[in-house]
Design a protein around this ligand. Sequence first.
Ligand code: SF4
Length: 197
Amino acid sequence: MNCNELNFDSPRVLELVEGGFKKLESEILACKACALYKTVTNKVIGKGSHNPEVVFIGEAPGKNEDETGIPFCGRAGSILDEMIGYMDLPEHDYAVINAIKCRPPNNRNPLKSEINACKPFLLAQIRLLDPKLIILLGNTAEKAFCNGRRLKWGIPEISEESGITLLKIYHPAALIYQRSRTDEQKELIDRNRHLWE
Ligand code: SF4
């Protein structure tokens, strides 16, 4: 898989990585690289382990996340927690981040320009967290991380650039009120347990 466009080694990403988690956090909080900073209550950086086996990448903060500064803390967050429970993933083994750190107004989809503006933060987070597996939660996370290159649902691929295994499954919000998709998600998880167990 060709993900050269990820540009893990760009000077900006390397600079952020060199500063560590603290510098990264302060750079995100100070960022005005796209217009989204103007309308947020809180920027949402991430939660979970700093030394995870698995990193979940979501899309963008929603209303609850914007209010609290914590990713996946509303209804979709409960579903993600259930999903992680189903995966039998211990708390110290995972982290949860979003493709972009500021909530788009009215929960619209993030623009390509916003995803690109925030991408150095996403890449620096991945470098610092250094997981074995990245779980992309839905199509926006995939777009942000692989520049529009499509992965098949539930079929893992190794990123040539980073050597990290990528797996795309459904975003928890897509499972709300959709029993059949919840069952499908469980099948995708069961098929891939070897990646984290
Ligand atoms: S979404 Fe990302 S790039 Fe845009 S202002 Fe927020 S932190 Fe900066």
